[in-house]
Design a protein around this ligand. Structure first.
Ligand code: SAM
Length: 272
């Protein structure tokens, strides 16, 4: 029998166990949203009490609809840019590079803290043109490892809220300055989302703190020279949400009546 990997994380790195487990649970459903077979295979190789994540099949769609949404945006970018970089920041154990399986023209960089990056290296198979980078995304030096002079897609799913505003904006500016063109695709929480973090079981149980509240595209366009808004959406308006059971859509319909609830979580997409 293969020995399981023991995992002991806290703070922001721990939160990726919850998003990962949501994908593993989803993959076992008769009609999965994301259908991530890597999460399904890998979950049994990790020694962890998954009940500590607070994730069940009832709340997993909040994660899997988001991942399906960002898969869709990333596919759109890669369809137009077959020769490109993808920098997937705060990747956790997400298998996006494997789900999307981009062609040989794409260099893919999965970036996360060293503990998480080490775990990835042990759990995922080798891929050509694929790199796992151990770094804090706020450390400017990791960018030197990425191929310059190519269109570059930055994906940051479930990351921005863990950064301070000044670190987050500096990161976006650094990426825009480092490459000739590309896109920034990320999700965010508004002020209400950050203030109500005590209600977020995943964040609370990990001991992490949320800092950066983004209240709309103006916060980005005004602060990051050279970006142009392509899309700004509530998760409730995403195509990936529309396929959910009626009770999720009914709840979203009610929440959408109040703008601060409708945009408590947000999907942002910019060109540069
Ligand atoms: C909520 S999890 C999301 C994981 C993955 N993107 C997903 O959706 O499944 C947040 C991730 O961001 C990472 N993270 C937070 N702050 C970071 C930083 N400054 N540098 C690198 N990774 C960071 C954490 O380690 C964790 O893996």
């Amino acid at each position: 029998m293969v020995e399981k990997l023991h995992v002991d994380l806290s703070g922001a790195p721990q939160t990726m166990l919850a998003t990962f487990y949501a994908k593993a649970l989803d993959a076992d459903l008769p009609n999965p949203i994301l259908g991530d077979r890597w999460a399904k295979e890998i979950v049994d190789r990790i020694d962890y009490d998954w009940s500590k994540t607070s994730i069940t099949t009832a709340n997993s769609p909040s994660v899997t609809t988001r991942s399906a949404h960002f898969d869709n945006w990333a596919r759109q970018f890669l369809a137009v840019h077959p020769e490109a970089n993808v920098v997937h920041l705060g990747c956790g154990l997400d298998a996006r590079a494997f789900r999307l399986n981009p062609g040989p023209g794409v260099e893919w960089y999965d970036v996360d803290y060293p503990d998480v990056a080490d775990l990835r290296r042990q759990l995922f198979p080798h891929r050509d043109n694929y790199h796992v980078v151990s770094a804090s995304v706020t450390d400017p030096s990791w960018l030197a490892r990425v191929r310059p002079e190519r269109p570059t897609l930055m994906i940051a799913e479930g990351l921005t809220m863990y950064l301070t505003e000044s670190d987050g904006l500096a990161l976006l500016r650094r990426i825009v300055d480092a490459f000739p063109s590309g896109e920034l695709q990320f999700d965010a929480f508004n002020r209400l989302g950050v203030r109500s973090q005590w209600m977020n079981a995943v964040v609370r149980r990990s001991g992490a703190t949320l800092y950066w509240a983004i209240n709309g595209p103006g916060d980005i366009v005004d602060a990051v020279p050279g970006v142009r808004l392509l899309a700004f959406q509530s998760p409730f308006d995403s195509a990936s949400f529309r396929g959910l059971a009626w009770f999720y859509r009914a709840m979203a319909g009610v929440m959408s009546l109040v703008p601060s609830l409708r945009y408590m979580a947000q999907y942002h997409r910019y060109a540069f």
